[in-house]
Design a protein around this ligand. Structure first.
Ligand code: SF4
Ligand code: MG
Length: 336
């Protein structure tokens, strides 16, 4: 079966004065038509770099895709020339960024910016274009679109600006939308509204969405499947149901513990994961999480963990699930 998007063993390095950072170290996952896949992890885990690689936006230099491939609709786009990539970006793949202001041109009416999107992808008259732009603003829930279309970005609130960015991303009717922390800059109420909007559009337009986030709450809200990244690698992946009900990687356990629990009311207990991620100039040869893991065994420092599968598509890379490892119960009994 052909996936809409397939990332296979992607590796991205960045040259710096201190040496070469291995930002993405062999990431694989796929996205099917009409599904939302969340990539979740702490800042610096390589999730944004992965998104940039999909869109051909790795700044080179200093960045470089040193291995693996990105396949979109059966076509490899890993190293496409800029011109060809531009044809895919913004027509087949739409983008929504964290800060709407960076995506918008402050000197241009929002209507003009939406129109540019589909004029690039389809032949339409000015009249048609304007009509469609008004429809798009309505679709993303901007009240009074006939009037708003002639306004400038600064005349919109943060949440309304993000709606405009989503309208621009959708104007060319892309098959895939990549949203990098699309609600992080917004306050909680607006955040929920934007997530609702993304979810509604995904369903109505049968879009595929890749959403990048550090927030498991966002994952639970909008995603069908999730990819948990740590230190440039995928440590766990599966349906949101499977991973939430039965997380298998100690890092995922840590993320879950740090999730605010609504049922605990006002005094939410957030337990952050202690320690910090490894240096990606010289990544450890064994498990990247070993230095922070309560369950680390000798083998964890020596060898990269193997990947085990628990349910269809639910996988984690951790030695605890290897039959040769001590049982979790034994580790717990031993005081870990
Ligand atoms: Fe912890 Fe070892 Fe599993 Fe890594 S492989 S997460 S160190 S138990
Ligand atoms: Mg980021």
């Amino acid at each position: 079966k052909q996936h809409l998007l397939e990332i296979d063993d992607l590796k991205v390095n960045f040259k710096t004065y201190g040496g070469e950072v291995q930002a993405v170290r062999g990431v694989s996952f796929h996205v099917d038509k009409g599904e939302t896949v969340a990539i979740v992890g702490e800042s610096g885990c390589g999730k944004s770099v992965t998104a940039q690689a999909i869109m051909g936006l790795i700044p080179n230099p200093p960045g470089r895709i040193i291995g693996g491939k990105v396949v979109f609709e059966g076509k490899e786009i890993t190293h496409l020339p800029k011109k060809e990539l531009l044809g895919i970006r913004g027509t087949q793949i739409g983008m929504v960024f964290q800060d709407p202001m960076t995506a918008l041109n402050p000197t241009m009416k929002v209507g003009t910016q939406i129109v540019e999107g589909f004029v690039r992808s389809q032949k339409v008259t000015r009249e048609e274009a304007r009509k469609r732009a008004i429809e798009m603003l309505g679709l993303v829930g901007i009240p009074d679109p006939e009037k708003r279309i002639d306004q400038y970005p600064h005349q919109f609130s943060g949440g309304m600006r993000q709606r405009v960015v989503i309208a621009i991303a959708l104007a060319c009717q892309p098959k895939l939308v990549i949203a990098d922390e699309p609600t992080t800059a917004l306050d909680v109420t607006i955040q929920a509204q934007i997530l609702d909007l993304l979810k509604r559009l995904q369903e109505e337009q049968e879009l595929s969405v890749v959403i990048i986030t550090h927030d498991l709450g966002v994952v639970a809200e909008v995603a069908h499947r999730m990819v948990v990244m740590y230190a440039g690698m995928v440590v766990e992946t599966g349906t949101v149901e499977d991973v939430f009900a039965n997380p298998r990687h100690p890092y995922t356990w840590g993320l879950m513990r740090s999730l605010p629990r609504l049922d605990e009311g006002e005094k939410q207990r957030l337990i952050p994961i202690e320690g910090s991620p490894p240096d990606l100039f010289q990544p450890p040869k064994g498990c990247p999480f070993a230095a922070r893991c309560d369950f680390a065994m000798e083998v964890c420092d020596q060898q990269m963990p193997v990947t085990s599968e628990f349910a269809e598509g639910h996988q984690a890379a951790c030695w605890l699930h290897d039959p040769r490892a001590p049982r979790i119960e034994e580790l717990v009994a031993a005081g870990r």
